[in-house]
Design a protein around this ligand. Structure first.
Ligand SMILES: *[C@@H]1O[C@H](CO)[C@@H](O)[C@H](O)[C@H]1NC(C)=O
Length: 382
């Protein structure tokens, strides 16, 4: 253990020398408003051990910083939890709507920015291409679940099913018992509750779900011709027979909705640190889909403003416009967390390297992003 601690300290100290990613911040001032040198987001296992440790340490740092939203929600005690509360507050407005991928793209950028500007992180947000693990005998041996300081740790402790609703084949259900997030505690309440609770990071690997992290699932998504179809196939529709690769990235970690794993909670799934790598993977797939036909897809943002699934209560539904499609001029909000920087328009995040560039049909607004995805190390497709 002594060696590991020394290693981790060393990793953080020399980190800035080893790797320096150009940081881009649209809000930082005119000098930085052109995307000349996009940052590169890489697949988790292509990061060096040192880079992995730096990402894990930055994540832990964020969970030590005081929250901005504590006054609104007592359970929001850290910066890491600010992101969970933000996701919770806005969940009804982007899940199962045309904003699903758009909102997460902007949210991930904000998370990456917090790691870089508040926790001295010099790298970029990695992504997790779980189809690589889907091609192995058992995805639970993925290096992402390593219990070393360069992994996210493994399954939760075994806790017998109390719901009676879990199918057989679950071995977790309790607090994560190894790795850097072993003793993580949260105070954000699950679901729509706003109070202060005391809980841990729970995992419940769902072995049977390996069939949903196959390359064939990603291929099916890539075949879709319109953005609306693409986003529906990516997000998936619960109980429809197509859970999508989005559902899979949650359920292989957190279990079925009754498995009680953090990753499987709709409102606060991002208390699970792998959430960000999972959603970066969806964002990568979308960016690759856009690049197939940029003329038609770069600024294609169709999809319903109202949820396509009947899952919200009547009160919440009243806060939606009666109908309509998501367009480039629709608002994208991260709520109170972004403070004076405020909301942006959908058109501003459609191009991951569009920072500082004008947007077709959206006068006076410019792109805010500046990153690319490195190709996944998965085997070449035929
Ligand atoms: C996969 O590995 C886990 C241990 O991580 C084990 O519990 C499970 O039975 C394995 N599943 C299969 C199908 O081999």
């Amino acid at each position: 253990m002594r060696f590991l601690e020394t290693f981790v300290t060393l990793a953080i100290t020399v980190g800035s020398v080893v790797q320096a990613v150009p940081t881009y911040d649209y809000f930082a001032g005119p000098a930085q408003q052109t995307c000349n040198q996009p940052a590169i987001r890489k697949e988790w296992r292509t990061l060096s051990i040192l880079e992995r440790v730096q990402f894990i340490e930055a994540t832990k740092c964020l969970h030590k910083k005081p929250a901005l939203l504590k006054k609104m929600h007592a359970g929001t005690t850290t910066r890491f939890e600010d992101f969970a509360t933000t996701h919770k507050l806005l969940t009804p407005f982007f899940h199962f709507t045309g904003k699903f991928l758009l909102w997460h793209r902007w949210f991930l950028n904000e998370y990456e920015r917090a790691l870089q500007t508040e926790c001295f992180y010099k790298g970029t947000l990695p992504y997790w291409d779980y189809t690589i693990d889907g091609a192995t005998a058992n995805y639970t041996s993925s290096p992402i679940f390593s219990s070393e300081p360069w992994g996210f740790g493994g399954n939760g402790a075994y806790k017998p099913d109390t719901t009676g609703m879990l199918p057989p084949g679950f071995f977790g259900g309790g607090c994560v018992k190894d790795g850097p997030f072993k003793d993580w505690k949260f105070h954000v309440a699950p679901g729509t509750e706003t109070g202060y609770v005391d809980r841990c990071l729970v995992r419940n690997f769902w072995i049977d779900y390996q069939e949903w992290i196959q390359q064939s699932v990603e291929d099916k998504i890539m075949e879709q011709k319109t953005f609306e179809q693409f986003t529906i196939f990516t997000e998936g529709t619960p109980m429809s027979g197509w859970e999508g690769i989005h559902g899979a990235g949650h359920f292989i970690v957190g279990g079925f909705p009754f498995g009680e794993g953090t990753a499987a909670e709709v409102y606060t799934a991002n208390l699970e640190p792998t959430f960000y790598l999972h959603h970066a993977n969806l964002d990568r797939i979308w960016a690759e889909w856009q690049a197939v036909d940029p003329a038609r897809r770069q600024y294609d943002s169709s999809g319903s403003i109202r949820p396509r699934m009947d899952w919200l209560d009547a009160e919440t539904l009243k806060t939606f416009p009666p109908a309509g499609q998501v367009t480039l001029s629709s608002d994208l909000s991260l709520g109170p967390m972004t403070g004076a920087r405020g909301d942006i328009k959908v058109g501003q995040i459609m191009n991951t390297v569009g920072g500082g560039k004008s947007i077709p049909g959206l006068a006076g607004k410019k792109g805010v992003l500046c990153y690319k995805y490195a190709k996944s190390p998965k085997p070449k497709r035929k």
